[in-house]
Every structure is written in structure tokens, then in C-alpha cells.
Ligand binder design. Structure first.
Ligand code: HPA
Ligand code: ZN
Length: 345
């Protein structure tokens, strides 16, 4: 069957491995929750919010991202936020998603950590039983805060682990990168590893290759979130390729945060051709102008990617996920069938 590029991408089964659930807050929901919870936000119209999606760098985005999260107060808010993302993910043919969430963003405002876990988990479990949608939760530490703060967050979350073993599988690191190297969190990640959590970290989004080395060697990450600044270090690129360490790349995010000037200048296709395990993800979709399929389309159009390239990227997403091997095999078979039956017109 011949299909257009956009149809080929839309119907391609895929996994999303880099998505901040708080960053999936659409302006319409921001207003609705602000009203419901009587929270003041610095905007009067939805157009005003969209006009503010104009970033210079990661820091300028994070300022708005943290301001937006103030409307999230109750278990129901986290449930509705997650439900909205999952509905979109299902229409985009995402079969499996690993969601980042930042409890510190909420506990610092007095929201109980249990409400954050419970609301996200409720929506994910419902989607699993109604649509077979598979998911995991990855709790991220905010790297602009101290390691002690991260320890407190892990301690506060641990009593919730028993009720969330079906979902909560990992620990990550996000927020502003410069000046907050992975090594700042070496002890708390040692503890998370000893407790059996899977480990990821944002590194090399804006920061230097040394931060990626630290994520690999000190935090012992299994995947690097972003990682695109690896390219100036030849030895690092070789290491990432040889060990098939996945990079969860977010092209439209990199564009919006001015890490690249034009999508045509993005290095992900070069890295893919150098043998790296590249995956495509959306990061914070409303803020960066697109969900996962929009990211695929932007890259495929800019680089004239073939159907085989796109299938390769989707295979990488499943292989790099924290789902179990049996489940991964099923998805990979589904992709094989898909690839056998479609061609881009
Ligand atoms: N980078 C770092 N921290 C974040 C991001 C990001 O793109 N989104 C939400 N927190
Ligand atoms: Zn991110």
C-alpha cells in the first residue's frame, strides 16, 4: 500500500521516551485549571500564552514552564493532564510512553507528592485497561536544586513505590543544565541504582560533552536525554555508537530553544548514520510546537528520510524502552508487518 509521508508517520507504531507530563499542559487546560483552583496566571488570553512561547534558551523556557505548573494542585488535575496527553498519544499511534514528572515543582508549592503520583498513575492505568496503552513513570530531580533536596524527594517518594511498581521504573535529571553537572547528584543516583531504579539523565542538551561523560560514568545512565552536544567529542560519539546508548532526541525542542538555528542543521540524522541509537520525541509539545508525529514530519521532510529510516527510528524507540523483552518483541513484529505492507508515495 502506498501512503503519503504524513500518513506513513501517523500510522507507524512508536514509543515516546522523552516527555515531561507537566510540559504537556495545553494553554486551554492552563486557563481551566487556573479558574478551578483560583490560581493567578500572568496571562489573560490563550493567544497571550502562545505568544509567550518564544524562547532564547532552556532557561527562558523553564521560567514559563514552572509558572504554568502552578495551576496543577490536586490529584484530579494530574489525572486530567495525563489523560489529555495519553489521548493524543493514542491518536499518534504511540504504543508505549515513558513519562517524566518533577515532584519538586509541586511539593515546593505544598502539593502532596502522593497526589502527583496518584493522578498520573490513575490516567495511565485507565489507558492500559481501556486501550492497551503501555507506559512507565520516570521521576526526575530538578538539577538547579541541591542534591540534598533530591535525596529528600527520593525519601518522600519511596513509601509510594509499592503502590506503583507497575509504572514507576526509573529516575532522571532535568531542568537547567549549565552549572548543574551530573556529578552534583552522584550520591542520590548511587542510591537510586541500589534501589533498582532504571537511570536516565538530561545531558548535552545545551551543556558540554563532559556532562554526557559524567551521566554515563558517574550516574551510569542507560539512556541519555538529548545528548546532541556529543558531536564535538569524537571518542564520545564512538562510545555511544559502540555501546548503542540511546539518545532521546527532541528536534522541535532543540529548534525552539535555539540549540539549532534551523531543523536542517540538526545533527540527529548524521548521528543516526554514524551508528548511534537515535529516537525522536516531543519533550514539552505545546511549548515547542508539536507532538511526536510533528517532530517526525519536521525531520523527515528536512532530511528526505526514507520509510526505512523512519521504521529504524521507531524500532529504536521500542528497543530503548524499559518495557519487558517479550512486549518489545511484539511491538517490533508489529513494526515489521507495518513496514512490509506500506511504502511512501
Ligand atoms: N530540558 C530540561 N528540563 C526540562 C525540559 C527540557 O527540555 N523540559 C522540562 N524540564
Ligand atoms: Zn526534556
Amino acid at each position: 500500500m502506498k501512503t503519503s509521508l504524513s500518513e506513513f508517520i501517523a500510522n507507524l507504531p512508536k514509543a515516546e521516551l522523552h516527555l515531561h507530563i507537566e510540559g504537556s499542559l495545553e494553554p486551554e487546560m492552563m486557563f481551566a485549571l487556573a479558574k478551578r483552583n483560583s490560581v493567578k496566571i500572568p496571562f489573560t488570553t490563550i493567544d497571550e500564552v502562545r505568544a509567550a512561547y518564544n524562547f532564547r534558551d532552556l532557561k527562558s523556557f523553564l521560567d514559563l514552564y514552572f509558572a504554568g505548573t502552578a495551576v496543577l494542585q490536586t490529584e484530579t488535575d494530574f489525572y486530567e493532564l495525563t489523560k489529555a496527553y495519553v489521548e493524543k498519544a493514542i491518536t499518534d499511534n504511540i504504543r508505549h510512553s515513558e513519562l517524566f514528572f518533577d515532584p519538586q515543582t509541586h511539593t515546593d508549592r505544598g502539593v502532596p507528592i502522593s497526589a502527583v503520583f496518584a493522578g498520573i498513575a490513575r490516567a495511565l492505568r485507565e489507558a492500559r485497561s481501556s486501550d492497551g496503552f503501555s507506559s512507565k513513570m520516570i521521576m526526575c530531580f530538578l538539577r538547579h536544586l541541591s542534591e540534598e533536596d533530591a535525596f529528600e524527594t527520593l525519601q518522600a517518594a519511596l513509601p509510594l513505590r509499592a503502590d506503583h511498581t507497575d509504572l514507576w521504573c526509573g529516575v532522571g535529571l532535568d531542568s537547567s543544565e549549565f552549572g548543574n553537572p551530573p556529578k552534583k547528584f552522584s550520591k542520590v543516583f548511587d542510591m537510586a541504582r541500589e534501589l533498582g531504579f532504571r537511570i536516565v539523565a538530561h545531558a548535552g542538551e545545551e551543556g558540554p560533552p563532559e556532562y554526557i561523560w559524567e551521566a554515563l560514568e558517574i550516574l551510569k545512565v542507560e539512556r541519555v536525554d538529548h545528548g546532541i552536544k556529543c558531536e564535538t567529542d569524537e571518542r564520545l560519539v564512538k562510545y555511544l555508537a559502540e555501546h548503542r546508548i540511546p539518545l532521546t532526541v527532541c528536534p522541535l525542542s532543540n529548534l525552539k530553544l535555539c540549540v539549532v538555528k534551523k531543523i536542517e542543521e540538526h545533527n540527529l540524522v548524521r548521528l543516526l548514520r554514524s551508528g548511534l541509537c537515535i529516537t525522536i520525541n516531543s519533550d514539552d509539545p505545546p511549548y515547542f510546537g508539536g507532538y511526536i508525529n510533528d517532530n517526525f514530519i519536521a525531520v523527515a521532510s528536512a532530511f528526505n528520510l526514507t520509510g526505512e529510516d523512519l521504521v529504524d527510528l521507531a524500532r529504536n524507540s521500542f528497543r530503548s524502552s524499559f518495557a519487558d523483552d517479550e512486549q518489545k518483541m511484539k511491538w517490533l513484529q508489529e513494526i515489521d508487518e507495518y513496514a512490509d505492507n506500506r511504502a511512501i508515495d
